[in-house]
Design a protein around this ligand. Structure first.
Ligand SMILES: *[C@@H]1O[C@H](CO)[C@@H](O)[C@H](O)[C@H]1NC(C)=O
Ligand SMILES: *[C@@H]1O[C@H](CO)[C@@H](O)[C@H](O)[C@H]1NC(C)=O
Ligand SMILES: *[C@@H]1O[C@H](CO)[C@@H](O)[C@H](O)[C@H]1NC(C)=O
Ligand SMILES: [Cu+2]
Length: 413
């Protein structure tokens, strides 16, 4: 892997010495494990951003002509940024806001979830309760978009955070995610990796009632408790629910009180295999939402688990390795920030004047109301309600299809 990146820089150097800059076509393979973003991806991101800004400006002019005031304008547009591109004081402000959310009292009644001890926990409860309806179903992307937005809003409104929700640009640190600004354990990180404990990688066990066999994944470089950085010794109150070997389930289906330390298992193996530059380029090049989701979420209960599952298991540990309780690791929110970024960029890359990518929820196996359409269920309509439980207000899918429509006015740098 090291040899490959050295070869990459040698080739780049040769090109610049000769002074010929050859525009790369989308067919040129990208180097999966480079830390630099390949130029094909940079161009797609620039194209998407330009289109979004144009669209917002166009709508603004149109509405003003009719005497209306647009809720999203180019001036108001906020840009979510990559975690490592934030200044250390910006990272610290984000970390402190998350810690603040972990000290505010929960809105979830103890009769619903006695394990919920903070506003941060409110978000975990609603995810645990709905896990089997909000993954591999038509509302997966809209639900998680609204969810991350409401979390960002809670940080801003309830905890005085004035920045945007940052994201984890998966491939950027794939050769050593444990040393990245996100997980290096310094005061500005989201806490370090778990302590190294020799272990096998996790085995994914399908939830009861869902078919398929067990899947052995590669191990990370942690496995034990997080002991460095801002979330060292952080206490997890809820879960785990299930789906991981060797982690006993918590009481009351994960909603009971089950205090224990945060564990992680971050490492390059999962990151390189499931979320490299080729993965991102492939994802952004998909022609329709069914194909996009197939790349993003993979095929349930096969080793092709896609970058969504791949990076969840790259966080791994407890609660990161438990699909239900995974939002209990602060790293969940930067991973899902990137998930939303991929969707938003892909949406913007659709052909001009076409609204398909902002309205079509697909018709494939993941477009239904049940998990991968098992048992068979109707297609998810745009009118479906996105329920946030006690964490935040609910809305409908139609309201969240564009990051510059409805209550939203954000995009990604
Ligand atoms: C936002 O937060 C940062 C970091 O804490 C601070 O430096 C800055 O002054 C704040 N800006 C506003 C407008 O409050
Ligand atoms: C974490 O807990 C251990 C054991 O109780 C303690 O020795 C250590 O100082 C704690 N670390 C932090 C950063 O609080
Ligand atoms: C990059 O990711 C793709 C899946 O998106 C995978 O097939 C490929 O093997 C990965 N590359 C490396 C070097 O692991
Ligand atoms: Cu989820």
């Amino acid at each position: 892997m090291k040899a490959a990146s050295i070869l990459g820089s040698v080739l780049l150097a040769a090109v610049s010495v000769q002074g010929h800059v050859v525009p790369q076509s989308r067919d040129t393979p990208v180097e999966d494990l480079a830390s630099e973003e390949p130029s094909q991806i940079t161009s797609l991101l620039e194209e998407a951003k330009a289109k979004v800004i144009n669209q917002v400006a166009f709508n603004e002019r149109k509405m003003r002509k009719r005497g209306l005031t647009p809720s999203c304008t180019v001036d108001k547009l906020r840009f979510r940024r990559e975690y490592g591109s934030l200044s250390t004081s910006e990272r610290l402000a984000y970390v402190n806001a998350v810690k603040c959310l972990q000290t505010l009292p929960p809105l979830t009644p103890a009769s619903v979830a006695p394990g919920a001890r903070s506003r941060f926990d409110d978000f975990i409860v609603t995810h645990i309760q709905q896990t089997l309806n909000i993954h591999f179903s038509g509302n997966f992307q809209p639900w998680h978009r609204w969810y991350v937005y409401q979390y960002e809003k809670a940080l801003r409104v309830e905890c005085g955070y004035n920045g945007s929700q940052p994201y984890w640009d998966w491939p950027k640190y794939s050769s050593a995610p444990q040393d990245s600004p996100l997980f290096n354990g310094d005061p500005y990180s989201l806490g370090g990796n778990g302590e190294y404990i020799p272990h096998d990688g996790p085995v994914i066990v399908p939830p009861p009632g869902v078919g398929g066999g067990n899947i052995q994944l590669p191990a990370g470089l942690g496995g034990g408790y997080v002991t460095t950085g801002p979330f060292a010794n952080m206490t997890i109150n809820l879960g785990p629910v299930g789906g991981l070997e060797g982690v006993p389930a918590g009481p009351l289906g994960g909603l009971g009180y089950n205090p224990r330390g945060l564990k992680r298992d971050i490492g390059p193996a999962m990151n390189q295999r499931y979320a490299n530059w080729t993965t991102v380029l492939t994802l952004l090049s998909q022609p329709n939402i069914d194909a996009f989701r197939h790349v993003s979420e993979g095929v349930p209960y096969t080793p092709e688990i896609g970058p969504h599952g791949g990076m969840h298991y790259n966080i791994g540990g407890d609660p990161g390795g438990d699909l239900f309780t995974s939002p209990g690791d602060p790293a969940f929110w930067v991973h899902h920030g990137q998930m939303d970024r991929m969707w938003a960029v892909w949406q913007a890359l659709g052909s001009s004047f076409s609204t398909t990518r902002y309205t079509d929820l697909g018709s494939g196996p993941y477009a239904h109301q049940s998990w991968a359409n098992e048992p068979p269920s109707p297609l998810t309509p745009l009118t479906e309600v996105l329920d946030m439980g006690y964490a935040a207000p609910s809305t409908t899918i139609a309201n969240v299809m564009s990051t510059t429509g409805g209550e939203f006015c954000y995009f990604y740098l």
